[in-house]
Each structure stands twice: as structure tokens, then as C-alpha cells.
Design a binder for this molecule. Structure first.
Ligand SMILES: Nc1ncnc2c1ncn2[C@@H]1O[C@H](COP(=O)(O)OP(=O)(O)OP(=O)(O)O)[C@@H](O)[C@H]1O
Ligand SMILES: [Mg+2]
Length: 319
């Protein structure tokens, strides 16, 4: 979980009566089925906790493994996030997006039900755990898949708004799945270049231009994805206040070295000697472009995808 930034002006404070609509069709689960799937929300089934609430793994009666996100009833943003998840999942489905199975809004509960993604989030495979190190090729494949998922969202008129390494899940074959559409926005029309909106997202990943202008475009996702690329190569937190001041923000730190052509000095020690220089160069240049100050100077996700595929090609090229 990261610290969330939410400058909402229209949050609802009274959630005692959850008589909200679910605007789109999807399966509605009786609460009793979800209690059965998680042994009554037993802590043994807990797999994580985020801004929306606790996340449990569970098994439905037909054997389907699921992840349940149980909203905190006291969360004023919960209802909006709950509805946004429905909306986006009813509009979008793709191999690189987590599948949404259904929901439960019985009694005071707000529960979202997803496919269970076996290997958890990308961040835990990069740092802060004892999980085995991933190779450079594997990391590139994951970035490429996540970029495909985001490219699909953008071409469907959806801006994710909370791109980060904990919102990229890895399945049993390490295929990435983008998740968490609770903050996502749909673009109102094809001629529209931005959505004016409150600032929401996670510290360390927020596009500074969006922060200043409160105008959201798909290039804000591109910026956040650039932060993820830095995490992938450096294996450290996006924002780490315990580090010396010039290292606190991964973007400032990584781009300082990238601009000197010396990114290799700060890569994950597990990758030293294992990345071909031209592949690292292409990757560093791609991250740098994603992190450009102005959205207009950033590439589209389609271009990012192409560049990452090229970085993988350079890594795999046989001399
Ligand atoms: N479908 C899923 N399958 C397996 N694990 C999941 C699934 N969804 C979420 N998780 C796990 O639960 C954790 C918490 O998820 P959640 O989205 O609530 O919070 P977060 O992304 O870590 O932080 P934040 O709420 O600040 O965005 C994730 O990091 C992930 O490890
Ligand atoms: Mg998440």
C-alpha cells in the first residue's frame, strides 16, 4: 500500500445506508457465499490491505479461486471507487487486465470479487520480500504486458489514474494484470483532450503537471508508468523518505544518472552484469521520455510498448 493522495471535494460522509446503485450488470454474490469462501473473512485468508479495505483470497463453491476486496464502510470514497470498478470492468476486458467476477452490496458490505492472481503484486517481486530475483528479460516481459494493458485502456477511452507497482499483479506464469480501477476516469468524448478533476493517485507516482493543472490526460498514466520503470530497474521504493534528500524520489535520482548516461551505476545489484548496455540504454531513454515534465512531450502507451519490445529485442539479440 502507498500513501494515497486524494483531494476530493465531493466525498460523502454518511455511508450508514448503502442504498447506492450498481450502474452496470455483473454478477451479484450473496454475502453468505463470500463468507463461506473465506471462512467468515478469517484473517488466515488475508492477502493484503489497501486504501479500499482488506483483501482476502477465497474459493467459491465451484472451485474458482477469487480475491475479495472488502470495502471499509467508513471510507467516504468507497462507494465511488466501488462504482468506478464496476463501470470500467463492464466496459473493458483484456488479457492484461484482472478479470472482475462480481460484487456484493448486501447489508453494509461493499465487496468486489476478482480472479485470484497467484503471484501477487509486482513490487513484492522487486524488493521488500524474500521472493526470488527476476531476470531482466522477465522484468521486460512484465513491463511490456502492463504497457499493453494500459494501451488497451487508453484506446478504450479510460485513464487508470493509479498506475503503480502494487497495481500490477502477476499470474502463475508471471503474466502481468493491471488492477484497481477505483480511481479510473473515462474520457467524455473523442474530441476531448483532458478531464478536469480532483487530484487523486498515490504519492511518488503523481504526474506533476496533473497536480498543477488538475487536468487529467492519459499522459498522467504514462508518467506513473515511467516511475514503475524506474522501480523495475532500481528495485527500490518510488518514494523513500529514509534516504538522503537527493535520493528520496526515485525519479529525480534515476533521471540524474540517466541524463549522465550512467543509469548502470544505480541498477538493482542483482542485475549487475546481466543487462546488455544497449537494452539498458533503450529502457532508460524510454523511462526518461515517460517522465518528461509536460504531457505533450511524453510518448503514448503505444510508443512506450514499442520501445520496451525493442529493449527486449536488444537484450535477446544474438551477436
Ligand atoms: N486479484 C488479486 N489477486 C491476488 N492478490 C491481489 C488481488 N488484488 C489485490 N491483491 C493483493 O492485495 C494487495 C492489496 O491490494 P489493494 O489494491 O487493496 O491495495 P494496494 O494496491 O496495495 O494499495 P492502494 O490501496 O494504496 O492502491 C495487493 O498489493 C495485492 O498483493
Ligand atoms: Mg491495488
Amino acid at each position: 500500500m502507498g500513501s494515497k493522495y486524494s483531494k476530493a471535494t465531493n466525498s460523502r460522509s454518511d455511508t450508514s445506508n448503502l442504498s447506492y446503485d450498481v450502474p452496470f450488470e455483473s454478477s451479484r454474490f450473496p454475502l453468505v457465499d463470500l463468507e463461506e469462501a473465506t471462512n467468515n473473512f478469517d484473517d488466515k485468508f488475508l492477502i493484503g490491505e489497501g486504501g479500499f479495505g482488506k483483501v482476502y483470497r477465497g474459493v467459491l463453491r465451484d472451485g474458482t479461486k477469487v480475491a475479495l476486496k472488502r470495502g471499509r464502510p467508513e471510507s467516504s470514497q468507497g462507494i465511488e471507487e466501488f462504482q468506478a470498478e464496476h463501470k470500467i470492468h463492464s466496459l473493458c476486458s483484456h488479457p492484461y487486465l484482472v478479470s472482475f467476477i462480481g460484487y456484493c452490496n448486501e447489508r453494509n458490505e461493499m465487496i468486489l470479487v476478482y480472479d485470484y492472481i497467484e503471484n501477487g503484486n509486482l513490487r513484492s517481486h522487486l524488493y521488500g520480500s524474500d521472493l526470488p530475483t527476476m531476470s531482466w528479460e522477465q522484468r521486460l516481459e512484465i513491463c511490456i504486458g502492463a504497457a499493453r494493458g494500459l494501451h488497451y485502456l487508453h484506446t478504450s477511452g479510460v485513464i487508470h489514474r493509479d498506475v503503480k507497482s502494487t497495481n500490477i499483479l502477476l499470474d502463475v506464469n508471471f503474466v502481468p494484470k493491471m488492477t484497481d480501477f477505483g480511481l479510473s476516469k473515462t474520457m467524455p468524448g473523442l474530441d476531448q483532450t483532458h478531464v478536469s478533476t480532483d487530484i487523486k493517485g498515490t504519492f511518488g507516482y503523481l504526474d506533476p503537471e496533473y497536480f498543477r493543472r488538475q487536468q487529467l490526460t492519459e499522459k498522467s498514466d504514462v508518467y506513473s508508468f515511467g516511475v514503475v520503470l524506474c522501480e523495475v530497474v532500481c528495485a527500490r521504493l518510488a518514494l523513500d523518505p529514509s534516504l538522503p534528500r537527493d535520493q528520496v524520489h526515485i525519479t529525480e535520482w534515476a533521471m540524474k544518472w540517466q541524463k549522465k548516461g550512467q543509469l548502470k551505476q544505480i541498477i538493482d545489484p542483482n542485475l549487475v552484469g546481466k543487462i546488455r548496455p544497449d537494452s539498458l540504454k533503450k529502457f532508460g531513454e524510454t523511462a526518461e521520455k515517460c517522465l518528461a515534465d509536460y504531457g505533450v512531450d511524453r510518448p503514448s502507451m503505444g510508443e512506450v510498448l514499442w520501445n520496451l519490445e525493442y529493449a527486449l529485442h536488444l537484450q535477446e539479440a544474438v551477436i
